[in-house]
Every structure is written in C-alpha cells, then in structure tokens.
Design a protein around this ligand. Structure first.
Ligand SMILES: [Zn+2]
Length: 190
C-alpha cells in the first residue's frame, strides 16, 4: 500500500475470479499502456498520479455454468518496471546491461508483450544487441521467442537478415531456423 490518492488502495497483488467480483474501482483511474478499457488480455497500467506500474491479466474463462473471467493485478517492483520502461523507450546507451536486466526481471508474458507492442523503430534499435546475444547465448530459446516477432514486420525482418549474415559461423540451430523463416517470409512478399 502507498499513500497515493489514486492507487493507494491497490495492494501488491489482486486476484479476482467469477463474474460477481471485480477489481477495485480505482483500477479505472489507471492509464492503460497498450489496450483499451474493458478489453481482455494482458496490459501494463500506470498511475497518472504517482507513476506506479501495474501488470494486469484479464483472461476469459468459459466454464459450464457460464462465463467466469479471471483478473489479476500486480503492482510492479522498481527492479521490474525500471528495465521495462527503459526497454520501451529504446534506451540503448548500455544495451547489454539493460537486456540482461530485462530478461532476468521481467516475466515472459511481460517481456514478449513489451516487444510485441514496441514501436518498430525502438525494436529496430534493439536488434543489433538482440542478435549478438542470440548467436552467443548458451540458451537461445528466450531470445528466439522475442526475435520471431520480426518475421512479419518487413523492416525488422530485413534488418535481422542483414545482421545475421555478418555473424561468425556456425550459427546455432535456432538462429538458422529463424533465418530460414525470415527468408521464406521475404520471398513470399516479393
Ligand atoms: Zn499512484
């Protein structure tokens, strides 16, 4: 709890299931980063008064007796929202440190959503550092899940292909696979 007039009554973790329950009304005063009001899904909410960050999950669950949505709201700790904020702003001054922080501190849903909703030019600014980490990683899987997002965005796909071509061989299985998918997507759109 904090003393903020807007979000002070929102605890660190809120979970609501069933149609008769809902999150506290003060959630409506928070600013949604990615989705519109009342839409289902995953979003980050910001308090316009004190700048606190929250993660919202709104899942539709259709059970036999009817519709039982479930919602969770979590207040994000500074070590989580700080790398998220810098990631979304394309703060590439120190890309390695920030990407390490982001991949360590953010849960996978938040990390993927951040890249999915990121402005294309910001994503493009991250690509060189992402590709360098991707080819050097002992576990390239988390980076692969982020980088597959480039397949359907022509600008990012082209940039990925340029970056991967200058990486020292041999490439890991994931990097070869993603390169192939990007080349196929590029060929289809020609
Ligand atoms: Zn607040």
């Amino acid at each position: 709890m904090t003393s903020c007039a807007t979000c002070g009554d929102l605890s660190y973790h809120f979970a609501v299931t069933g149609q008769d329950e809902s999150l506290p009304a003060s959630v409506q005063n928070l600013k949604r980063l990615w989705t519109r009001e009342y839409t289902l899904g995953h979003d980050v909410l910001l308090c316009p008064t004190c700048g606190a960050w929250f993660e919202l999950n709104h899942d539709a669950a259709f059970t036999g007796s009817g519709n039982g949505d479930s919602q969770t709201l979590e207040r994000l700790a500074p070590e989580v929202w700080s790398p998220l904020e810098r990631l979304l702003h394309g703060d590439t001054a120190n890309p390695d440190t920030l990407l390490t922080e982001a991949f360590t501190r953010l849960n996978e849903a938040l990390l993927l959503r951040a890249f999915e909703c990121m402005k294309i030019e910001v994503f493009a600014a991250w690509l060189p550092a992402l590709v360098t980490r991707f080819v050097a990683a002992s576990d390239p899987e988390p980076l692969y899940r982020v980088l597959v997002l480039v397949i359907d965005v022509a600008v990012l796909r082209t940039k990925y292909l340029e970056l991967i071509r200058v990486q020292p061989a041999p490439l890991a299985r994931e990097a070869k696979w993603l390169t192939q998918l990007c080349e196929e997507a590029a060929a289809k759109r020609r």
